[in-house]
Design a protein around this ligand. Structure first.
Ligand code: ADP
Ligand code: MG
Ligand code: MG
Length: 920
């Protein structure tokens, strides 16, 4: 690691409308630190503090968990700055300064890193705080909170695997039971000073008992411990799981913010809250959020007490509310995006503690982007970049069937925290939810409240249901980001972790029973409820909804129009039936990028003709069987050509090894024998002959057509006869015949000869002139390496990135499950290479093939047809290397279109920026 020079600035101050940093410095100051600086600069009321940079985190891990020498003195200067601004002193026995120690990575990681509040308190300073605040209860409340947070985060007093609750919470519950023996759900605020003093004593005992150590007294020891814990938490399990899911590189590190405390827990003229400048679930432009009176921040997100909607503040504290409304407007006009912010009100004065671009559902993202263009806050290009391509899927997510739901009884209501409809078997802990999901059960994770430990279970579940917590609780935040259906704070639910039951009124549900939740309305239903397609599907595919009546659809359509305006890369679809084509075209596909003809052989009794063909012993017999298949294929192609109405269709010739079409069980062999009149013994013999040790690398792809040219002949005839028929109906037809698994130029030449000969025959027979192309897939490394030779014959290349990944990595996709997850954990691979193109390996081969291909044939058409065609980062890569189109499954088409448009817009934006940056 680079040695830092003496002059290195590790600590950035903010306070009093001045800041060393600003909002653009997220890499160095983390998201929270950069925006604290930015808010300070624009005059918002931010308590003073300082940010320790992410470079210190990097240093810390590169140097055996130690700090650069200059850090201590720079921190002292930072503390001094706060002391000056506030007229208080850290550790003082008169006016003690208390601080919050807050983590903050570049991207927000909800719940992943922990915050410590009220640091600086000890048995002496707490008395000073009593004196200074003239509020004994408040001071002791701060102290018990501090011990609780510090004990948890720094000293590691946490829930053990056999415990369902945090140990500190268990102590609180115990005390409440003693103080209020007859009551349930007693709020913390009812514990009086004496009770709080007792809690402090019990907390310290708990710390001592669990760690063997005394709670630290010296404020500077506390501060150093807290800073170390924040850096340490960058490598905790939760953080690692989260980073893996969202592909956040470990190198980024986290910053630490040390900030003067403001107090939301001084009484009922104070409180703490979280708000969004617009509704993050629906996108509607309303002030949305919640707050708790007499509380410190973590209470709101922890979901321990259910907070009130922010609108209620209007009545309780009109002054603070008006100030909040003003801040809401300032934030949007300054940051030009929906903001998610945290605030505290101390004695009716508002303080801003955080702001960031708010996480939102896919539905909300689309709505906010489109409406902000209408409001002239942003231009349409920016709007396109505002919707994360992965999230567009959510707009297409199912809803409950309208008629069924009317007849289904609502058993409970909670807050609509993550839209969509989900049905599943209920599980009460993350581990069992994951196990069930692995057995392919549909799972609903049901918890009293969720915490970051539940993340794995939340990932595995169809939906999440909690009994406590509001729309900014952990469950809600994470669900929204993952696009999970979520209902929070359904307080009628009585969850008993121990008995594994859920009780509502006098009904009890056991683990494994079905429930359904609607994360758009917040309703909970008993049993499994049928789902219906989203409004967009209802408009586009079912045509059962009038587009004018669906604002969701109209916003989506607007966004897609902008995408069309911006994009260079076309999006085609992988489809092998007219219905799939129709769906994809409705979503804006510009043709078929991959029609897998073998899928057509499985339908109805075609499979028998196919098997007859495979079992044939002579060319004559084989041709006879193929003749039976011809009309089926021809009809299928004709149906697709009609649906395409002039759009191109890439048709791949037979690809899988033949044994995949044959039955392997004796009962099935017998029935095939009856159907086609071939003795069972003969079938068994042929099945055995066709067995391959490594079918992925065996007799498949063009190797079939090379050995049995009559197969390619039949397929070519089906394509061209269908083309002739449809063209005569007055519909333009553009077939593109694609030969799979080519590695040697001669393979392609031999197949092209067959295709061209049949095309000539059909054109002559039918007296038509057909426009068609013949090209190849590039899916084995050899093809990429000799692409210049192959391009002499190929009119187009389509990258078959599934096989290209398998053959380049020498890794079978179907067998990778046993080691790939570990590879991802160890970051040997950053992403699953079968989901997202391995850009530096497979991607490099693609680039080589593009360059070589264009050298021979400058206008060669280039596309991709692997699963990667629907993955946004792969789509962006395809744009970058200059492909003409990507192809993906019909329902991924909108996602790919959005990613393609975003790639084009980011090109134009960086081109526009270049002249300014030239200095470098
Ligand atoms: P997270 O990243 O988990 O949101 P934060 O650092 O934002 O963690 O802190 C969590 C909560 O602690 C916030 O909701 C905020 O209300 C409260 N908090 C943070 N800093 C301060 C502060 N300086 N004064 C009072 N409360 C604070
Ligand atoms: Mg937190
Ligand atoms: Mg926060």
């Amino acid at each position: 690691m680079a040695k830092a020079s003496k002059a290195t600035k590790y600590v950035y101050l903010f306070g009093n409308n001045k800041a060393d940093g600003d909002g653009s410095m997220k890499a160095l100051l983390g998201g929270k630190g950069a925006n604290l600086a930015e808010m300070t600069r624009i005059g918002l009321p931010v308590p003073p503090g300082f940010t320790i940079t992410t470079e210190v985190c990097t240093y810390y891990y590169a140097n055996k968990r130690t700090y650069p020498k200059q850090l201590q003195s720079q921190m002292e200067a930072g503390v001094l700055n706060m002391e000056k601004i506030l007229g208080k002193k850290f550790g003082d026995l008169d006016k003690p300064l208390l601080v919050a120690v807050r983590s903050g990575a570049r991207d927000s990681m909800p719940g992943m890193m922990d915050t410590i509040l009220n640091l600086g308190l000890n048995d002496q300073t707490v008395l000073a705080l009593v004196k200074a605040s003239k509020n004994e209860r408040f001071a002791w409340d701060c102290y018990r909170r501090f011990i609780q947070m510090y004990g948890d985060v720094v000293m590691g007093v946490q829930k053990r695997p056999d415990e369902d609750h945090e140990p500190f919470e268990t102590v609180i519950d115990g005390l409440k039971k003693e103080l209020f023996p007859k009551e349930d759900n007693v709020e913390d605020t009812r514990i009086d000073t004496l009770g709080l003093k007792e809690l402090v004593r019990r907390f310290k005992d708990l710390v001592k008992q669990r760690t063997g150590k005394n709670f630290p007294n010296d404020p500077w020891d506390q501060l150093r411990g807290a800073v170390g814990a924040v850096f340490g938490s960058w490598m905790n399990d939760r953080a690692i799981v989260y980073r893996r899911k969202y592909n956040i590189p470990q190198e980024w590190g986290t910053a630490v913010n040390v900030q003067a405390m403001v107090f939301g827990n001084t009484g009922d003229r104070s409180g703490s809250g979280v708000a969004f400048t617009r509704d993050p679930a629906s996108g509607e432009k309303v002030f949305y959020g919640e707050f708790l009176m007499n509380a410190q921040g973590e209470d709101v997100v922890a979901g321990v007490r259910t907070p009130q909607p922010v609108a209620e503040l209007k009545k309780i504290m009109p002054g603070a509310y008006n100030e909040l409304e003003r801040v809401r407007k300032t934030l949007e006009s300054h940051f030009k995006d929906m903001q998610d912010f945290e605030f505290t009100i101390e004695e009716e004065k508002l303080f801003m503690l955080q702001t960031r671009n708010g996480k939102r559902t896919g539905v909300a993202a689309v709505r906010i982007a489109v409406e902000m263009v209408t409001e002239k806050l942003i231009d349409w290009q920016t709007a396109v970049t505002r919707v994360p391509a992965e999230q567009l899927d959510q707009v297409l997510a199912p809803v409950f069937d309208r008629d069924t739901i009317k007849k289904t009884e609502v058993i409970a209501r909670g807050l609509p925290a993550g839209p969509g409809a989900a049905s599943g078997k209920i599980y009460f802990n993350a581990e069992r939810a994951v196990e069930a999901a692995e057995k392919r059960e549909k799972v609903l994770l049901v918890r009293i409240e969720t915490s970051p430990e539940d993340l794995r279970g939340m990932i595995a579940a169809e939906g999440i249901l909690t009994a406590r917590g509001g729309v900014s609780s952990h469950a809600a935040l994470v669900a929204r980001q993952m696009g999970k259906v979520c209902v929070c704070g359904a307080s009628a639910l009585q969850v008993d972790y121990h008995a594994k039951t859920l009780t509502v009124g006098n009904q009890t549900y056991n683990e494994g029973d079905w429930l359904s939740i609607d994360g758009t309305s917040g309703e909970v239903y008993a049993g499994e409820v049928k789902t219906a397609p989203s409004e967009i599907l209802q408009v586009l595919l079912d045509k059962s909804l009038d587009p004018k009546k669906s604002p969701t659809y109209l916003n989506f359509a607007k966004l897609m129009d902008w995408c069309a305006k911006a994009t260079r890369l076309q999006v085609r679809t992988n489809a092998d039936s007219p219905e799939q084509v129709a769906n994809a075209v409705a979503f804006g596909a510009s043709g078929i990028g991959l029609c897998r003809t073998e899928h057509m052989f499985f339908e109805g009794n075609r499979i028998d003709a196919m098997r007859e063909m495979i079992l044939a012993e002579t060319t004559e017999e084989r041709k006879k069987a193929l003749a039976k298949l011809l009309p089926y294929q021809r009809d299928d192609f004709a149906g697709m050509f009609r649906e395409l109405d002039g759009l191109p269709a890439t048709i791949r010739f037979l690809d899988p090894p033949l044994h995949e079409f044959l039955p392997h069980e004796s009962s099935l062999i017998n029935s095939l024998s009856d159907n086609i009149g071939v003795p069972a013994a003969k079938i068994s013999k042929r099945v055995a002959e066709l067995h391959e040790f490594n079918p992925m690398l065996g007799h498949r792809g063009c190797r079939l057509g090379i050995v049995y040219p009559e197969i390619s002949e039949m397929q070519a005839r089906a394509v061209f006869e269908a083309a002739a028929i449809v063209q005569k109906e007055g519909i333009k037809v553009r077939p593109e015949v694609m030969i799979p698994l080519v590695g040697f130029p001669k393979e392609l030449q031999l197949q092209i000869e067959v295709v061209n000969r049949v095309a000539a025959e059909v054109q002559k027979e039918q007296k038509v002139k057909l426009n068609y192309l013949v090209g190849t897939m590039i899916e084995i490394p050899r093809a990429a390496l000799v692409a210049d030779e192959i391009a002499r014959d190929a009119q187009f290349f389509s990258f078959g990135t599934n096989d290209l990944t398998q053959t380049t990595l020498g890794m079978s996709r179907d067998d990778s499950g046993s080691f790939l997850p570990r590879y991802q954990e160890l970051e040997i691979v950053k992403q699953n290479p079968f989901a997202s193109v391995d850009q530096s390996g497979v991607g490099k081969l693609m680039q080589v093939a593009v360059e070589l291909g264009q050298k021979t044939r400058p206008d060669i058409k280039l596309g991709i047809c692997g699963e990667h065609g629907g993955d946004p980062s792969s789509v962006k890569f395809c744009h970058k290397i200059g492909l003409n189109y990507v192809s993906c499954s019909p329902f991924r088409v909108p996602v790919a279109r959005l990613a393609a448009a975003q790639a084009a817009i980011s090109d134009t934006k960086s081109a526009a920026k270049k002249p300014l940056k030239k200095k470098k």
